[in-house]
Every structure is written in structure tokens, then in C-alpha cells.
Design a protein around this ligand. Structure first.
Ligand SMILES: O=C[C@H](O)[C@H](O)[C@H](O)COP(=O)(O)O
Length: 227
């Protein structure tokens, strides 16, 4: 039986084979994507050339260490494929992302992509989104008003994410509220409502964005899901 980390490596190895010469590729963030970057680094060493649009500072730095060519989202027209992880995936391939704090750039890069492929181990598959606390990225000014608004509107806990006893700061200098919905009945409605609250920058629901998901299992099998 494979460990969770070995499953992440397995799906990353398969996904890395999809990258072809001269493609423009969005590279997600997180521990699954770490293995993707390592695999792509090996292929770059053997002569593969592609442009990567990173979704976080951390991904940019890992990719640079692997000699992967980086490009800015502003400098390209369309991205051929983006490969990313997720915190939860439902059967319709709706997602919760942002557990690592990178949801804003991830969503922008995904939106500019012809195809979004999600890599995950089976523990991320859920019948309904919401057990994983939904990250909501907010500007620091007046963030408690956003917290109060979410608490009162939805009767859920919205907890300020902390790191080293300080508020967690995203790559774009925002705070993160982790919202314990437990059950999200209508992700399409919720994402719209949350993003309409003044002070919210974006939230971790990725609705109708993923085209494919590659799911890995402890027995070493993988499954491709389509939306
Ligand atoms: O902000 C982080 C991203 O949305 C990640 O893709 C997500 O948290 C999954 O990360 P991991 O592969 O480490 O479980």
C-alpha cells in the first residue's frame, strides 16, 4: 500500500508526462504540486522546454531551482494547461482550494487556462464540499467586519488563519478566514455571495473550473475523472 505522499508522487509523475515542448503551463501550489515540479525538473534536464506560470511565490522559487522557465501572467495570452492540487473535490469536480493560502493567484491562472487538471489522492474526494474549512481571502483593513458578516449570515465559524502567532499573510498581503461551513449545498451561489461582501478578495471555491481530476489510490491505481 502506498503512503499519501507516494500517491501524490504517483499522480504527479503521470501528469508531468502531459507537458509538451513549448507549452505554457500553469503550475499550482502545495505538497502534491511539489512532486509535479520535481518531475518536470527531471524532464527539463533531459531537454524539455516550456514556460511556467507559477501560482505562488513558493512555486516560483521551487520551479526556478529546477531550471524551469518562468513567465508572467501578463506576458502571455492563454495558458495551455494548469496542473494544481485541491483540498476537497466533489463528484462534479467542484473544488475547495486555498489550504496553503494561494487561492487568489491559483484562480486567476486557472481562469486563463484552456484546461485545468487537478491532482489528488483519494482522501480529497468527498460527496459534498464543506468539511474542509473554506478559505476566504480578505483585506486586513476592517477584516473583523467581514468575519462578523459571514458568522451572522451563515451561522458558521470564520476563523482568522494564524502562523507563528501572527495573522497568516498571503502572497498579496491579505488575511485568510477559514470558514467552517461543514456542508456547502450550492457552491455556485455561495462563491458569488461571499465575493460580494466588501473586503473579500476571493474565496477558495472553484466552481465549474476543473476539467479533469487525476485521483490516486493506495493500491497504486489512478483514475481520471471528467466534468
Ligand atoms: O493554497 C493551496 C492550494 O489550493 C493547494 O492546491 C491545496 O491546498 C492542496 O494542497 P496539497 O497538495 O498540499 O494538499
Amino acid at each position: 500500500m502506498l503512503t499519501q505522499d507516494e500517491i501524490k508522487q504517483l499522480v504527479a509523475q503521470q501528469a508531468a508526462q502531459l507537458v509538451q515542448n513549448n507549452m505554457t503551463v500553469g503550475i499550482g501550489s502545495g505538497s502534491t504540486v511539489y512532486w509535479l515540479i520535481m518531475e518536470l525538473g527531471k524532464r527539463v534536464k533531459k531537454g524539455l522546454f516550456f514556460r511556467a506560470i507559477p501560482t505562488s511565490k513558493h512555486t516560483a522559487s521551487l520551479a526556478a531551482q529546477q531550471n524551469i522557465a518562468l513567465a508572467e501572467l501578463n506576458d502571455i495570452d492563454r495558458i495551455d494547461i494548469t496542473i494544481d492540487g485541491a483540498d476537497e473535490i466533489d463528484t462534479q469536480l467542484q473544488l475547495i482550494k486555498g489550504g496553503g493560502g494561494a487561492l487568489l493567484q491559483e484562480k486567476m491562472v486557472a481562469a486563463a487556462s484552456r484546461e485545468l487538471l487537478i491532482l489528488a489522492d483519494q482522501s480529497k474526494l468527498v460527496p459534498q464540499l464543506g468539511k474542509y474549512p473554506l478559505p476566504v481571502e480578505v483585506i486586513p483593513f476592517g477584516w473583523k467586519q467581514v468575519q462578523r458578516n459571514i458568522r451572522e449570515t451563515y451561522n458558521v465559524e470564520a476563523i482568522l488563519r494564524m502562523q507563528d502567532n501572527q495573522p497568516f499573510i498571503s502572497d498579496h498581503n491579505h488575511y485568510m478566514l477559514d470558514c467552517h461551513f461543514e456542508r456547502i449545498e450550492q457552491p455556485d451561489v455561495l462563491t458569488y455571495e461571499l465575493n460580494a461582501i466588501p473586503g473579500v478578495v476571493d474565496n477558495g471555491l472553484f466552481v465549474n473550473m476543473a476539467d479533469l481530476a487525476l485521483i490516486g489510490y493506495p493500491d497504486g491505481k489512478t483514475e481520471t475523472m471528467h466534468r
